[in-house]
Design a protein around this ligand. Structure first.
Ligand code: IMP
Length: 507
């Protein structure tokens, strides 16, 4: 006879937090969001601790090197997507590990033969008005000049005007060589009254740009997540098929932690992969596993050596797994069940295996709920896809800026098949995800700071100054569908129909 779970399964929107006593110390500035990323024994410190409880989803449309740097600067961690060739994934990891703060790799694709039309298109796509022009349009090509908004007038200049005619050519630019320190670059920027300084290597090869504005912003990154060599921490996704080659390449590239990326983690394939990594690297390389949605799945992965366990099937915003396959569980119920299992496991074995709540976070308060329900940290896809730093294009749809966001099980990503069935089953005959747009939300820094301020403020309402205290003190109630209506603006006529959305969402 099948096993029936007695309770219905619920999701975050069906819960609220009931405030507890807050003392005068309960102010956002006193709240710590530090949290363990990987397993540790009672009384020991985890090998990796996040400064904020956020990791970015292992997805093509989310976790590239730019987002990884921006998130590590805020204290979280990205997992570079594994649905690409081993060499490309390792190169992305290397790019993060060799990132020099303040030195920005160009995203301009301009060549001298392009036109003002191309400039306008590029500006719309990237939002960046300083555009290096290289001979072949690549970020490290031979530098020919720079275009800024001061070089053209849209109201007057013909759109087919060539870039070479209006760019500031190389011989008129102030540039610095690639041995220049950030401090020296900044001094030059001030002395010469520049907005941006190109850093140029041998053969006039463009290395990076240093911007006036970045020097100051770099100084205010109190949470940044660094390794002992002061490089940003970065994770990488792996699968259960080519791990022997992929893991070695990622370790060599400098990845700090790995995660098996699959919608279904309770499998022999994951056990084998975990065992292989452990046998080869011991505890010098940490690896998370998942996804599971119940205590049994958690215990299996914890016993198999997973360094953290990811929870969630079917709750992702672009996910249609539940509709396609009928598997999954409401994210909140799955999380509560797994976190209980984690605590029992800790009591029994003295080993703490952190739990990651993966997918389904829509409102900022869902983050606070996930943490109160026991998540050590959260994995977010849609949330990060909206920011400037995600690897996708910004496009204008009906006059509104959007970013593209597609599932790893969608037709668009499927040639790489995240939906890892293990063994040699390389292709799926149906999709488990969709291709979509999400509203553009500006720079990651501002978005994350805004969301986490709300999380900290709610923690204060619960009388908690850190995450263990939140878990202990949180009082959580289920809400009826009628109280859900009561929770939004109701029985009034909104003056601006967009208000409700901007209050609750897209923080
Ligand atoms: P979101 O934060 O709600 O957008 O969910 C992101 C999560 O959805 C990821 O971390 C994955 O676990 C999951 N996911 C990614 N791609 C797919 C897909 O194509 N189908 C189902 N789930 C997906």
């Amino acid at each position: 006879m099948a096993t029936f779970f007695e309770e219905e399964s619920h999701t975050f929107s069906e819960y609220l937090l009931v405030p507890g006593y807050s003392s005068a110390d309960n102010v956002a500035a006193n709240v710590s969001l530090k949290t363990p990323l990987v397993r540790f024994a009672r009384g020991e410190e985890p090998q990796i601790t996040l400064n904020v409880p956020m990791v970015s989803a292992i997805m093509q449309s989310v976790s590239g090197p730019k987002l990884a740097v921006a998130l590590a600067q805020q204290g979280g961690l990205s997992f570079i997507y594994g649905s690409q060739s081993i060499a490309d994934e390792a190169a992305m990891v290397r790019e993060v590990k060799s990132y020099k703060a303040g030195f920005v790799v160009s995203d301009s694709t301009l060549t001298p033969e392009m036109t003002l039309d191309d400039v306008v298109e590029l500006l719309g796509r990237t939002g960046h008005s300083t555009m290096p022009v290289t001979e072949d349009g690549t970020p490290h090509g031979r530098l020919c000049g720079i275009v800024t908004s001061r070089d053209y007038r849209l109201s007057r200049d013909p759109r087919d005007r060539r870039v070479r005619e209006f760019m500031t050519p190389f011989d008129k630019l102030v540039v610095a060589d690639d041995a220049t320190s950030l401090k020296a670059a900044n001094d030059l920027i001030w002395d010469k009254k520049l907005n941006a300084l190109p850093i140029v290597g041998a053969g006039r090869r463009l290395v990076a740009l240093v911007f006036r504005k970045d020097y100051d912003s770099h100084k205010s990154q109190p949470n940044e997540l660094l390794d002992q060599h002061k490089r940003y921490l970065v994770g990488a996704g792996i699968n259960t098929r080519d791990y022997a080659e992929r893991v070695s390449a990622l370790v060599e590239a400098g990845a700090d932690v790995l995660c098996i990326d699959s919608s279904e983690g309770y499998s022999e394939w994951q056990r084998r992969t975990l065992a292989w990594v452990r046998a080869r690297y011991g505890t010098s390389m940490r690896v998370g596993a998942g996804n599971v949605v119940d205590a049994e799945g958690f215990r299996f992965l914890a016993d198999s050596g997973a360094d953290f366990v990811k929870v969630g099937i079917g709750g992702g915003s672009i996910c249609i797994t539940r509709e396609q396959k009928g598997i999954g569980r409401g994210q909140a119920s799955a999380l509560i069940d797994v976190c209980r299992a984690r605590d029992e496991y800790f009591d029994e074995t003295g080993t703490y295996v952190p739990v990651c709540s993966d997918g389904g976070i829509v409102y900022d308060y869902h983050m606070t709920l996930a943490l109160a329900m026991g998540a050590d940290f959260m994995m977010l896809g849609r949330y990060f896809a909206r920011f400037d730093e995600s690897p996708t294009n910004r496009v204008s749809v009906n006059g509104q800026y959007m970013k593209e966001y597609w599932g790893e099980g969608s037709a668009r990503a499927r040639n790489w098949q995240r939906y890892d069935l293990g063994g040699d089953k390389k292709s799926l005959s149906f999709v488990e995800g969709v291709d979509s747009y999400v509203p553009y939300a500006g720079p990651l820094k501002e978005g994350v700071e805004g969301s986490l301020l709300k999380v900290k403020s709610t923690m204060c309402n619960c009388g908690a100054l850190d995450l263990p205290e939140l878990r202990e003190k949180a009082k959580i109630t289920l809400v009826s569908s009628t109280s859900l209506v009561e929770g939004g603006a109701h029985d009034v006529v909104l003056k601006d129909a967009n208000q409700q959305v901007s209050i609750n969402f897209r923080s």
